[in-house]
Structures are given as structure tokens and as C-alpha cells.
Design a protein around this ligand. Structure first.
Ligand code: BG6
Ligand code: MG
Length: 212
């Protein structure tokens, strides 16, 4: 039975995925190329510096380490600028209700995100208080698809992997959950999230009882 639910942040709790894409796209455009929505799928769940590497390889652009750090910092400034307009109303439909349901059924809640901005974002949508533990990009030594992010979350909560369900919108995140031995629920399109145990379009049509 499920005792803990581990949630990805970007694209699962809040639609920051569109802001990440906009900010990366601006960076690519500055360097003289473009990135498609399809190429953007590969960036989901991937750390900031790894995403930059993928983008640079798409554009065939070579930068020094110093330039890379400067570009990544610039992307993050743009991203946070876009995020400034976010309010609690930007929480994706059904998420708050679902988490309330989990809480009242004594299910533990964890965040498992690659983002270094996770607590800032959660605060701005007033969702930080739902979580019994936060695992974010500042704690990770190995990013998704490595299982570390969800293993740390389960460890913090004192729950075995077989009792954890993970909610993820990224291919790398589903792989991470599966590698950790957890039940992986994809949030998005079944054609993209092919390795998930179950795929849901969002939380509006999903409730606690569906976890059994
Ligand atoms: C993941 C996003 O949650 O966090 C990625 O899916 C993003 O798109 C990554 O690159 C790192 O985020 P941040 O906020 O630390 O740049
Ligand atoms: Mg995500």
C-alpha cells in the first residue's frame, strides 16, 4: 500500500515548464538558433547545467566554462523574472485538493525536484507547508534519471520504496522513480511517458482512492 507520495515540482504542481522553455529559448536565440517543443521535452527534469549542455549541443555552440556559468545565470534571471507573476492561483488544477486528501488520509508528502528554485516557487504559490520533506537541486549530487532524488525523499520520510508513489511529467523523472523501485505515475501524455506505471492527464480526475 502507498504510504508516501513524492511530487516533482515543475510541470506537476505548477506550470513552470513553460517559463523554463521560454527562458531557454531566449538563450538559444541569443546564440543564433532555436529549440523546438520536442527538443524541450529532453530538458524536463534535467538540471540547469546539464540542460545548458544539451542546448549548446543542439546549436553546435562551444563555450568556455566561464561563459557557460554566465549564460546559465542569465537564464535563471529571466526564468525568475517570468516566475514573479505567479500566485497561488497558478497551482495546477486539482493539485491542492489532491494533497489535502492525501493529508487527511495520513499519507506523507515529499518534493523531489531537480530545481534549485524549488522553495522559492513553492512559497510563491503557498504550497511549501504541504511537504513533510523537500529534496531539491541543492541537495542532489546525481540528477534524474538517477534514483537519488526519490531515494533521499523516501529516506527522509522513513518509508520503503515499495510504499512510495511518484508523480512526474518528465521522461527522466519516470526513469528515476522506476530505478528507485517506486510506483511511477506520469502526468502528461502516454505517448511521451511510456515507462510510467500509469499516466494521468492531470489531478482533476485523480483522487486518493485511485492510488489503491
Ligand atoms: C526541473 C525542470 O524541475 O528543474 C528543468 O524540469 C530545470 O526544466 C531543472 O532545468 C533545474 O531547475 P532550476 O530552477 O534549478 O534551473
Ligand atoms: Mg517536471
Amino acid at each position: 500500500s502507498i504510504k508516501a507520495c513524492l511530487f516533482d515540482l515543475d510541470g506537476v504542481i505548477v506550470d513552470t515548464a513553460k517559463y523554463h522553455y521560454l527562458a531557454w529559448r531566449e538563450l538559444a536565440n541569443d546564440l543564433g538558433f532555436d529549440i523546438s517543443l520536442e527538443q524541450n521535452e529532453r530538458l524536463k527534469g534535467i538540471s540547469r547545467m546539464e540542460s545548458l549542455e544539451i542546448i549548446l549541443s543542439i546549436g553546435g555552440v562551444v563555450l568556455t566554462e566561464e561563459e557557460k556559468l554566465a549564460r546559465a545565470a542569465e537564464k535563471n534571471r529571466r526564468y525568475l523574472e517570468l516566475c514573479k507573476q505567479m500566485t497561488p492561483g497558478d497551482t495546477l488544477p486539482g493539485v491542492r485538493r489532491f494533497m489535502e486528501e492525501l493529508k487527511s488520509n495520513r499519507i506523507l508528502l515529499g518534493l523531489g525536484s531537480a530545481s534549485k528554485n524549488a522553495t522559492v516557487i513553492l512559497n510563491s504559490i503557498d504550497m511549501l507547508h504541504y511537504f513533510d520533506t523537500i529534496v531539491d537541486g541543492n541537495r542532489l549530487t546525481r540528477g534524474k534519471p538517477d534514483p537519488q532524488v526519490f531515494q533521499l525523499g523516501a529516506e527522509d520520510l522513513g518509508v520503503g520504496a515499495e510504499h512510495c508513489a511518484v508523480f512526474e511529467d518528465a521522461v527522466a523523472g519516470i526513469q528515476s522513480a522506476k530505478a528507485a523501485g517506486m510506483f511511477a505515475i506520469g502526468v502528461g501524455a502516454p505517448s511521451v511517458l511510456t515507462e510510467a506505471d500509469l499516466v494521468i492527464p492531470g489531478f482533476e480526475t485523480f483522487s486518493y482512492t485511485d492510488l489503491h
